[in-house]
Design a protein around this ligand. Structure first.
Ligand SMILES: C[S@@+](CC[C@H](N)C(=O)[O-])C[C@H]1O[C@@H](n2cnc3c(N)ncnc32)[C@H](O)[C@@H]1O
Length: 259
């Protein structure tokens, strides 16, 4: 398995039924069931092609009796409570947040969510917090020269969860510029959205890959800023200001990183 999927597998609680959403070749459920970590799994994919590939791999592994492959959107192909752990890996952060939002009853019925966004990790972290989950683990993993966050989230307790919160990722992004809570340990005044992009856990644990992750984010931000700088379209000024703020915030945080 790839380092990304291995990091997810290492965070699977033992003895729980797994749903792997966007499974493609079903590598994660085959590993989890094959290694005896999960007793059963449901592997789902939106498209029939990847679902057929998953079915073939499951058959080859001799696990058809314990891994069921289903076609459909996100968590909607599950009955609430059917899966105790849900994994969604290899999709964009806002796509993952959308899958959770559309299947919130099923997401809340899980003991743990394991999520691996390919981008927009900050939007996903923020969405999870708004939707009543706690981030219980958050690590960076290197694969093929890129660095990816791997998140584990669990529903907050009944006392703290708020079932009425249904904010969309887009609404969250707009409202995210308030300061990060002091308890996250960022320099005072760090905006919440930038803190979420870096991740409170990778920051507080001084994740050794965080600096490389940052450099890639800063380089991408500079590239996008350069391309909007050339545009005279009416929306370009707002986009320039957004990238400029993001760049300055990321650089300010990097200056606070212990050498
Ligand atoms: C890049 S693959 C990731 C495969 C595997 N999870 C991994 O991380 O290596 C993304 C898969 O998600 C599926 N997908 C995209 N949107 C989905 C959705 N809303 N519900 C279920 N599957 C989805 C795609 O069809 C594709 O097979």
């Amino acid at each position: 398995m790839s380092p990304r999927l291995r990091a997810l597998a290492e965070r699977l609680p033992a003895g729980r039924v797994l749903a792997d959403v966007g499974t493609d070749h079903a590598y994660l459920p085959i590993y989890a069931v094959g290694e005896g970590i999960a007793p059963r799994a449901i592997a789902t994919d939106l498209r029939p092609g990847p679902a057929a590939a998953a079915r073939e791999q499951v058959q080859l592994a001799g696990l058809s009796g314990r891994i069921e492959v289903r076609v459909g959107d996100g968590l909607e192909v599950l009955r609430p409570g059917e899966a105790e752990v849900a994994a969604v890996a290899g999709l964009g952060g806002t796509t993952i947040a959308g899958i959770l939002a559309r299947g919130m009853d099923r997401a809340r019925a899980c003991e743990r969510l394991l999520l691996q966004p390919m981008n927009a990790a900050g939007a996903l972290r923020g969405y999870l917090l708004e939707a009543g989950f706690a981030l219980v683990d958050d690590v960076l993993v290197e694969e093929g020269g890129r660095i990816y966050p791997v998140l584990a989230a669990e529903p907050r307790t009944a006392a703290t969860a708020d079932p009425s919160v249904q904010s969309t990722p887009a609404a969250f992004l707009q409202a995210a510029t308030r300061p990060a809570p002091a308890g996250w340990g960022f320099p005072p005044g760090t905006p919440r959205d930038l803190a979420l992009e870096v991740g409170p856990l990778p920051w507080s644990r001084r994740d050794p890959l965080l600096l490389s992750y940052w450099e890639a984010e800063v380089a991408e931000c500079r590239r996008l800023l350069g391309s909007v700088a050339k545009s005279s379209a009416p929306a370009a000024a707002a986009r320039r200001a957004w990238f400029q703020r993001r760049l300055e915030g990321l650089e300010a945080m990097r200056r606070c990183w212990p050498r």
